[in-house]
Design a protein around this ligand. Sequence first.
Ligand SMILES: [Fe+2]
Length: 133
Amino acid sequence: MDEKLIFFKCKGCSGTIMAMDAMMCKAPTPDALSVSCAGTEMDLLEEQTADPATQKHVPIVEKAEGGIKVKVGSTAHPMEEEHYIMWIAVQKGRNVMIHYLKPGDAPEAFFPGVDTDVKAFECCNIHNLWVNK
Ligand SMILES: [Fe+2]
C-alpha cells in the first residue's frame, strides 16, 4: 500500500507543505493536524479528481522516452503570474518525486525512470490540489 500523502496550504502566503509520515501522527485523522506558517493557519488540501467545466486541472500521465510526462489538464492550464501550477508530483509506492514550476513554464513535467502506473498530484495556486486517481 502506498503511503498516504497529505498537503497543506498557507492561508496567507499560499505556500504548500507535504506532511511526511502523517499517518504516524497521533492525530486521529489528517484534518485534526494543526499546521501553521509563521503563525498563520494552513488548510488541509482535499484531493480533487474531476474538473468537467474547464478540464484544466486533472493531471494526465503519458509514457515518454525514459519515463513519464505529466501534463496538467486536457486543456493546458494557464501559467501566468496570477494563476499557475506551483508543482507537479508523482508517487509510486514509497517513492515521491516533485517538479516545481513557475509562471511562464509549460504546465507539465518529466519524471525519469517510472512507468505510467503512478499517482499524480498537481497544485494550482488558486484551485489547489488535483490528482489523477
Ligand atoms: Fe487553476
